[in-house]
Design a protein around this ligand. Sequence first.
Ligand SMILES: [Zn+2]
Length: 377
Amino acid sequence: MRFADTIGNPEAITALRQMVDSRKIPHAMLISGPAGIGKMQLARAFTAYLNCSNRINGDSCGICPACRRIEACNDPDIHYIYPIHKKAKTHTLSTHYAEEWKKMLHDSPYMSLPHWNALLDAGNSRPMIYVDEADAIAAAAAMSTLTDDYKVFIIWLPERMNAEAANKLLKVLEEPYEDTIFVAVSNQPDLILPTILSRMRRIEMRPPDINTVEKALIARGVSIDSARQAAMTAQGSLLKAFEALGNGGETAEFNSSFQDTMRAAYARNAVAGKKFSETAAALGREKIIRMLEYFARMVRENFIANMRIGILNSMDSSQQQFAARFAPFINAANVEMLLEETDRASADIARNANARLVLFDYFLKLMIALHRGNPRR
Ligand SMILES: [Zn+2]
């Protein structure tokens, strides 16, 4: 993981790079900002830069032994601490879930919490960092390093430590060892114990803007149209941007579903509506919610197109073609109802309601709303 692999936040990168270059590295730092913007990637890029034996042009080399160990997640001196869902009394440490964690860093580099819960098989429970972990950190910090490198503790979501664990960690931070560095990565720094916070150098990350995300996606081989769509959907969350792209073009799938469903609802085709509810229900909760988010965005885009108060350029050619005929049906008479019903369906799905029933009911509401907005009525 190199700085070059991260997206956006050049100021944060400069600050981290300067710490290493000037050899003024704080014993503890906190990288904070909203979820899904690449904080863990930056923490790992920093760690690689710190321990790289062949830094080049302000970045790690990516090929020296230290860089390779960090990339492969098997560096004996890099310790990852993260919230877990303990399955047994004997399994209270991050290291007991190391395989799941490696998979997480590989599959979900923008750190989706639902994905982590799924890997832990934790259902809807809230993973935590337990007090045993703080003891393990203290023990590992006291040991000498196994390589010549800095020993680094990367703590994901320190806000999920209970008070007992946090107080023990504080003791470690109060008596820092040389060549040992703590890098915490937090979505909600306001929930961290103030005494811990006060010992950490703060690095704030901000969501990258739409253009930055779009350019980064194009540089990664995404087509211009898809990159723009994903960047628009993401609103600064790289996690959402990559989810929108999906691995098989989720946006295209949602787009055809949106168009088919709207046509069927306008035609009052209840058979097609029933089929929609069954097919969509099979997508699973997370994906249904993303699909409904897409529907809501298309409703807004078509309303704006109809009112001619905006520009069409956030729609791709397929969406624009559809909008040319469809937009007149989204107007002041029904836009609120459409957005409310979409929101309601999404919230019901999030609450684990029967997806088929929710989606069929949603389809019936679409029928009513589209006819309410019929400009030829
Ligand atoms: Zn290197």
